[in-house]
Design a protein around this ligand. Structure first.
Ligand SMILES: [Ca+2]
Length: 507
């Protein structure tokens, strides 16, 4: 080989190295699903005969690191995502519902911007930007992404973002949010305009009805449409990973995949059952020396751990105010103490309505829930119901009516054997056999509420006097107006006035 040839080869090696350079720093790619229940992922499902819904996610999970006990602390879109951004429980950040940040707090985005990272976001932008003052470097909103349901559009904008990282020679923090499988699901007869067709469609005979729902034609139809949307989420995931691999950044990129809450069905999303908060949490990081082809079946991790994990992976200091802990040691196969359980909660739902606080502790064996809003005549509702609850009501079927009553009114305390009853059907709270166990879990929850000065603690202390408890919920629990930043309050007021004007015009 002559010297000129050697020179060309060296030059090629050098420039190909540069193509993934952005200084060789670690990048972070967070891919989120919207309302994906853990049950739909092949590697987590409880049902062996689940059809092949998520082939790409399953492959990624198999090759990478997956947690079997990962949760979102508040399993509702915006408050759940605020926890990812701040590493704080809602009661500590103030973002206990669809509120933006009022109390100043460190965020993953601002911290990385300060460190010279290029920050980008695709989809779910208002829900994933708790700080109204924060400006992402690169933003593509739902309308530009085929209503967040076009894998091809995601691919195109991922390419564009990675190119920009290369051109500006900056490492990146990139949050890619699919709008799938959020309702409206993919109904082949009524597809959303601009959305793409999923790579596979599912029939009503292929779905597996979770035990917390009645097995009715309505449920099967909505589930089959949900499956279609889950499949399209998997298509989007594949296109994002394709763009990453083509960019040359894959080796130095910490990739995390998770869902922001459980599936949008009654008893799942926006509750504190296992199916509400449990999420797939998949990780790959080729240069990070983390374990591969590994399933962690013992440790409980949750959304509060995301922000400190990112900082740890990038070698940055973790603020003391953060509630979570880095999971990097677990990813490297080391042990961590106090990973046996998780705390989940709900405070305020989307839209109007009163506060409906729920507090829960779950571990591998049991789940205990406290619902201070529960009373006869309560009407707990959320946007997850499709036509399912309506049909349950119309059925006249005793069992379905009782389940519906449980959904609407709940009971003040619930206790489930999560090993025998992961769908949380059989409430054991009054079963004398479990008395000691129940007290153990109550004590743990009380100590968590005490540690975080949770306003719900005062209600817990009077739970034997339901009337007093309900009146305390009204007087002691922080109101929407208190929790919302002034800017959001003004914007909401403007929108309200606009709606009223439009109504008058129509008349
Ligand atoms: Ca969601």
């Amino acid at each position: 080989m002559n010297y000129s040839k050697l020179f060309i080869i060296t030059l090629l090696l050098f420039t190909s190295g540069l193509s993934w350079a952005n200084d060789g720093k670690t990048n972070v790619l967070l891919i989120t699903a919207d309302d994906l229940g853990y049950e739909a992922i092949g590697s987590l499902t409880l049902d062996a005969d689940l059809p092949d819904l998520t082939p790409n996610l399953d492959r990624f999970a198999k090759q990478g690191f997956q947690f079997q006990n990962a949760h979102i602390n508040t399993p509702i879109c915006q408050p759940g995502r605020a926890i990812l951004t701040t590493g704080k429980y809602g009661i500590n950040s103030g973002m206990m519902g669809f509120f933006h940040m009022k109390k100043r707090s460190a965020t993953v985005t601002q911290t990385l911007s300060n460190q010279g990272y290029l920050t980008g976001i695709l989809g779910k932008v208002p829900h994933s930007t708790p700080d109204l003052a924060y400006q992402w470097d690169y933003t593509r909103v739902i309308n530009e992404l085929g209503m967040g349901r076009s894998p091809q559009r995601y691919y195109q904008y991922c390419k564009e973002f990675f190119k920009r990282s290369k051109t500006e020679n900056k490492p990146f923090y990139f949050m890619v949010n699919s709008h799938d499988p959020h309702r409206p699901y993919h109904n082949p007869k009524k597809p959303i305009k601009a959305a793409e067709e999923p790579s596979k469609l599912f029939g009503t005979d292929e779905v597996i009805v979770p035990k917390y729902l009645p097995d009715t034609p309505q449920v099967r139809m909505e589930l089959s449409h949900y499956y279609n949307s889950v499949r399209r989420l998997d298509d989007t995931f594949a296109k994002v990973m394709q763009a990453l691999n083509e960019s040359g950044f894959a080796k130095n990129t910490l990739v995390l995949f998770l869902s922001d809450n459980g599936s949008a069905f009654p008893f799942a999303k926006a509750n504190t059952y296992l199916a509400s908060s449990k999420t797939p949490w998949l990780v790959q990081w080729p240069a990070g020396k983390i374990k591969t082809s590994y399933v962690n079946k013992t440790d409980f991790i949750s959304a509060i751990d995301f922000f400190p994990t990112v900082l740890d992976a990038l070698g940055l200091d973790i603020p003391k105010s953060v509630d979570g802990r880095s999971i990097l040691p677990l990813l490297k196969g080391e042990k961590q103490a106090n990973r046996s359980h998780v705390y989940t909660q709900v405070d305020y739902l989307n839209g109007g309505g009163p506060a409906t606080p729920m507090r829960a502790i779950q571990d591998r064996e049991f789940g205990y829930i406290f619902n201070p809003w529960s009373r006869s005549g309560a009407n707990y509702k959320n946007a997850n119901e499709g036509l399912i609850t309506k049909k349950m009501k119309e059925s006249g079927d005793k069992a379905q009516l009782e389940r519906l009553r449980m959904h609407r009114e709940r009971v003040i305390e619930e206790f489930y054997d999560l090993k025998a009853d992961p769908h949380c059907i059989n409430n054991l709270i009054n079963n004398p056999e479990y008395k000691e166990k129940i007290n153990e879990y109550r004590a743990k929850l009380v100590s968590w509420m005490t540690e975080h000065s949770d306003p719900v603690l005062a209600m817990y202390q009077v739970k034997e006097q339901p009337k007093k408890m309900i009146s305390m919920l009204k007087s002691e629990f922080p109101s929407r107006a208190e929790l919302m930043p002034e800017q959001q309050r003004i914007e909401q007021e403007k929108q309200r006035q606009q709606r009223n004007k439009n109504k008058k015009k129509k008349k």
